[in-house]
Design a protein around this ligand. Structure first.
Ligand SMILES: [Zn+2]
Ligand SMILES: [Zn+2]
Length: 155
């Protein structure tokens, strides 16, 4: 991509589960971290959150800002979510006012991102073995199929 006249990359689109809140990112996603801390686990209902720190100048709301509610999970840190569908969408940190922390799962599937670290493993859930050596399936399956472990290895 050395062509100086090349078009800038297409924006990366994101939205909450209900689609009421929509935004786009106009620059690279940059460094992505998977955070296993207690706060991220509970706020996302998952083993970890996937977060990207995006410069606010590369972030644009398209619709639905009025749906967003914040919860101050620790002093100066607002975790923001859609009040209609509950999706965690971003966090704002007062001592880093020029950036927004996007929850990566809100981005379109084709988004380009690189995971650079897993953090706060000291507080990960005991059942979270960081282990992908379990059967992999392209779609959801019943427990009998999991036990038969006819894994899909197309990843
Ligand atoms: Zn929503
Ligand atoms: Zn965390």
């Amino acid at each position: 991509m050395s062509d100086q006249n090349a078009m800038p990359p297409a924006p990366t689109a994101g939205q909450c589960l209900c689609g009421g809140f929509q935004f786009e990112i106009t620059g690279p996603i940059g460094e992505v971290r998977l955070c296993h801390c207690d706060l991220c686990r509970r706020a996302n209902g998952t083993a970890f959150s996937a977060n990207a720190r995006i410069p606010l100048r590369h972030y644009r709301v398209i619709s639905g800002q009025d749906l967003i509610t914040g919860y101050e999970s620790s002093p100066g840190a607002q975790r923001c979510f859609c009040s209609r569908c509950g999706s965690p969408v971003y966090a704002l940190v007062t001592n880093d006012p020029d950036h927004i922390r996007i929850r990566l799962g809100t981005l379109d599937r084709e988004a380009e991102a690189t995971i650079t670290a897993r953090v706060w493993l000291v507080s990960k859930a005991r059942w979270d073995h960081l282990n992908l050596a379990v059967p992999l399936f392209e779609h959801g399956v019943g427990s009998s199929l999991v036990q038969a472990a006819t894994a899909w290895n197309g990843l």
